[in-house]
Design a binder for this molecule. Sequence first.
Ligand code: HEC
Ligand code: HEC
Length: 501
Amino acid sequence: MKSLKTSLLGVFVLLLLLPAAYNRVVHSQTQKGDPPTGQANVALSDDDVERQCSIDTEVAPCLNCPVPTEAPTGFDNKTIDENFVPQEKHDAHRATFEVRDQILPDDIQDGGLGPVYNAQSCAECHQNPVSGAVSQITELRAGFLDNPCDPWGFDCPQFVDPPGGSLINDRAVDMRVKDTGEANIQERVPPLHSAGLDRPADVATTRTSLNLLGDGLVEAISNQTLLDIAAKETNENSNVHGLPIRVPVEENRNGRCRIGRFGHKDQHASLLSFSGDAYLNEIGITNRLFLMENTSLGRSVANFDFVPNDETIPCDDQITPPGQRQFCGEDSGRDIDTFTIFMRATEAPPRDAAIAATQDAKDGEEIFHIIGCAICHRDTIVTAMPGTAINLGTFKVPDALGNKIIHPYGDFLLHDIGTGDGIVQNGGPKTRLLVRTAPLWGVRTHTRLMHDGLSLTFAANTLPFASAIKRHGGEAQFASDTFFAMSTIKQRKLVIFLESL
Ligand code: HEC
Ligand code: HEC
C-alpha cells in the first residue's frame, strides 16, 4: 500500500513537471522560422516546425461518387493508361530513366555526373525485374549523436548530420582527371582524418533501394486517408501507432506541407521532389529543385566539377511555368519531370497469380490478417478522386490514378518496431528510431529485407522471410510473437502467401 502511494505521488509530480520538461527539450533545439529544408539529406532539428506546417486534406467533394476500380498491375513495362501517357511516350520516358550519365559535359544532356555520387542512372538501382522496380543495391547513411538525454528522456540523444548531410556517397569522380593534386574527394563513414573528421560516426546504416512501380498511385493517396489509417490502427491494436509526418513539397515551397509517404523515413511526399533529390544525391546532377552541388563531407568539390556554376544554367526550353524556378543546373532538359511522369504512369507490382491461387497462399493470407500483420501491412487503400488537387496544388489526380483500389501491403506511416536506424531526415528528432512500414507488394523480388537489407530471405535453417519477421519488436512484437508461436505448417502457409506478393 505504501509503495502504491509513493508511486502515485511520483506519477503526480511527473505529470506536473512534464509539460515544462517537454517544452524545454523541444525549444532548446535550433529554432528555425522556416519549414523543413526539403533537402531530405539534411536533418530537421525541430519537431515543432514539422508539427506546425499546415496541410490540405486533399478530399474533393463528389456527388454520386463512382465505385472505385482495381488499379492495373504488371511487370511488363506497360503504361498504366493509354489516355494518361501513350505507350510510345512511356517507353521514351523509361529510356530517360535508364540513361547512364557521364562526367564530361560533351553532351550536356548526359554530362554532370558527380563529383560525388552513388550510381550513373536511376535504373541502376531500380530495375528488378523491370525498370522502375527494386534492386539489391544499398546506400550508406551515417551521423553523430549529441546532447546526452535529460532526466526526462525526451527526443534524445540528438542526431547530428556529418558535414554535408547524412548520405555518404559511395562513388566520386576520379581525382586525377583534373590533376590538381588536391585531396581525394571520396566520402566514407567518418572518421576521415585527412578531411579533419576525427570523430567516429555514432550511427551508420545501409538502406535498400525501393520499388517505384505503382508510386503514382501512392502519390494519389490523400493526406486525409493516411491520417484516417493512423487513427484506425491504434483502435485495431493498442500497441500500434503509425505516425504520419508533414514534409515540404519542393515544387511549391510556400511554407506548407504534405504527409510524407516516400522513402524509408517518409522523407518526401511528391515524386517530383524525390526525383530532384535523387538526381542530386544519387547521381550528382543538379536540377531546378536542387541547384547546389553536394560537398564531399563538407569539402568543396568545385575543382572536380566539369559543369560549374549550376545556379546560372538556364533550362533549355526557357519556359518558366508559374511558381517554377528559372534555372535548371545540370538538368537543363528537365529530366526530373520525365522521371516523375515515368513513375506516375507505371503499373503497380503484380501478384504471382499461380502461387496466389494455391490453397496454402489463401490460408496464409487469412493468417496474415488474424495475427495482426495487416494492421501495418494494409492490404487495401483507395486513392483520391480524379481531379483532386494534391502536392500543394501542383498536380491534379488524373483519371488513370484516381479512385483506384491498390494493394500495397503497407500504411506509409512510420513505426518503432525496434529496427530504427538512428538517422533523422525531414521528420524531426522524434523520427530518429522510426521506419516506414515496408510495402510488401513485389516483396518476392527482394533478396535482402528490411531498410538495411540485413535480413536475408533465405537465412540458414529458417523459413524464408523468418529473419525479417524475427526482427519485428516494439509496436510489432505481438505479431512476431504470435508468428513464432504458431505451428510450422501455419508459418509455412504465411510465408507462401508472402512469396505470392
Ligand atoms: C544508388 C542507387 C540509387 C539510384 C541511382 C537511384 N535511387 Fe532511388 N532509391 C534508392 C534508395 C536506396 C532508396 C531508398 C532511400 C531511403 O529512403 O533511404 C530510393 C528511393 C527512391 C524513391 C522512393 C520510393 C518509395 O516508394 O518510397 C523514389 C521515388 C526514387 N528512389 C526515385 C529515383 C529516381 C527518379 C532516380 C534517378 C534520378 C533514383 N531514384 C536513383 C537508390 C537509388
Ligand atoms: C507495427 C507495424 C507492423 C506489424 C504489425 C508488422 N510489420 Fe512487417 N514491417 C513493419 C515495418 C515498420 C517494416 C520495416 C522495418 C525496417 O525496415 O526496419 C516491416 C518490414 C517487413 C518485412 C520486410 C519487407 C522488405 O521489403 O524488406 C516483412 C517481410 C514483413 N514486415 C512482414 C511482416 C509480417 C509477416 C508480419 C506479421 C507477423 C508483420 N510484418 C507485422 C511494420 C510492421
